[in-house]
Design a protein around this ligand. Structure first.
Ligand code: GLA
Length: 388
């Protein structure tokens, strides 16, 4: 289905489920992070872009204070009173859309005084691939409620609302990157975000003009950010910052690494070194894109992967193989993307070699006895918007 069909289908499904027409349909994209991994919650730099895979939210306000959500992911209809919505009563997929209503309440919106709403959600962002299908739901609902409730919140504020929903209603201790990419993305461009000030700049990617494509290799290895490794990495970063007497690792530069090595254990030091060098790599990537174009960023992507594999230790054998096989088949740079422990790798690939990369990566997975990966290309696209 093309995206216009998704929009009309969302409106038709809303009518079908709720027996009346929606007020409108809003959509928000998933994202790929080009570079800057685990730097967001360290108040550092990230460079993600919105992709051409989106989530649609058909929304209609109600006369009472009830919120009802339905989706194409499940038969369930979940219903709550807005005045009563809280993280404690939310679970499953409906925690994403309803968590947004709760998080708006935490931002000073009087939920008891707002009109309730019905929302129907559909998506073509693959779930569990590390492409932020969750942020896409949050951001589609956030812009819809912002418009229908006439809140006029700016997009960095809506990103914070999405992050709060994710952290408290869903329970994943993630940073601000995914929601920012989904809300601020621009066609053919990346969002260069300073996660301390939340100031952002749009950076031209120029992939098409350079004859390049981004190939996604979804390893199908599942990752769950609510538990385990992600939170442990976050704790290591906080311990490293505390050992250095700084508020966050944003305040540590490459020149401070010698001192860092002396005041913490080796594992914490390697976690810190990843963040510090990754921030430098984001800045180097932005500079290279501006001065020379995307053909100049391959080696930086490779270095980022090595740092995540060896220092931050968030890669898995399937992601490492995806990167090595894609490079061997002609990609000019490759790295895992997203939180890690599974999910997807990206390979910046000359257009004429996309088929070669696809078949060689698939062959390498088969030979290693790994589950077949899903391999496809994505295009840097516009952020969240009203569709209908
Ligand atoms: C996940 C989180 C983001 C970010 C990345 C790692 O995608 O949701 O906030 O921390 O991992 O860069």
């Amino acid at each position: 289905m093309n995206h216009d069909d998704f929009t009309s289908q969302a409106a038709a499904d809303f009518l079908d489920r709720f027996g009346r027409a929606a007020d409108g349909v809003w959509s928000a994209p998933g994202r790929v992070n080009l570079i800057g991994e685990h730097t967001d919650y360290n108040e550092g730099f990230v460079l993600p872009f919105a992709i051409d895979r989106r989530t649609w939210a058909a929304v209609g306000l109600r006369d009472d204070n009830t919120a009802r959500v339905t989706s194409t992911f499940s038969e369930d209809e979940v219903e709550v009173e807005l005045a009563q919505v809280s993280p404690e009563i939310l679970d499953g997929w409906s925690a994403y859309p309803l968590g947004i209503a709760w998080a708006l309440g935490e931002n000073g919106i009087d939920l008891a005084g707002q009109a309730g709403f019905d929302v129907h959600i559909s998506s073509d962002v693959p779930v569990g691939a590390g492409l932020s299908s969750s942020a896409a739901i949050e951001c589609a609902v956030a812009i819809a409620l912002d418009e229908r409730w006439q809140l006029e919140l700016d997009r960095p504020t809506l990103a914070r609302v999405g992050q709060l929903a994710e952290n408290k209603a869903v329970g994943a201790p993630t940073g601000i990157m995914d929601q920012s990419a989904s809300l601020l993305g621009r066609r053919d461009s990346a969002v260069f975000l300073d996660c301390r000030s939340l100031r952002s700049e749009i950076v031209d990617l120029g992939f098409q003009a350079a004859g390049l494509e981004i190939v996604i290799i979804d390893t199908k290895v599942s990752h769950a950010h609510a538990t385990g490794g992600y939170a442990a990495r976050r704790a290591s970063c906080e311990a490293g910052a505390a050992a250095l007497g700084v508020e966050s690792l944003r305040d540590v530069g490459v020149a401070d690494l010698d001192r860092a090595r002396e005041v913490m254990d080796d594992e914490t030091f390697r976690r810190v070194r990843h963040i510090v060098t990754e921030n430098a790599r984001v800045l180097a990537t932005v500079r290279a894109l501006r001065e020379s174009g995307p053909l100049a960023i391959g080696e930086i992507l490779d270095a980022s992967h090595v740092s995540m594999r060896d220092d931050f230790e968030i890669s898995v054998p399937e992601l490492d193989l995806a990167v090595v096989a894609a490079r061997a088949a002609g990609a000019i740079g490759a790295r895992m993307t997203g939180g890690g422990f599974g999910g997807a790798a990206i390979a910046l690939t000359p257009s004429h070699l996309v088929a070669e990369v696809t078949s060689q990566v698939a062959a390498a997975f088969a030979e290693a006895g790994y589950r077949a990966p899903e391999i496809f290309t994505v295009t840097p696209s516009d952020g969240a918007k009203r569709e209908l």
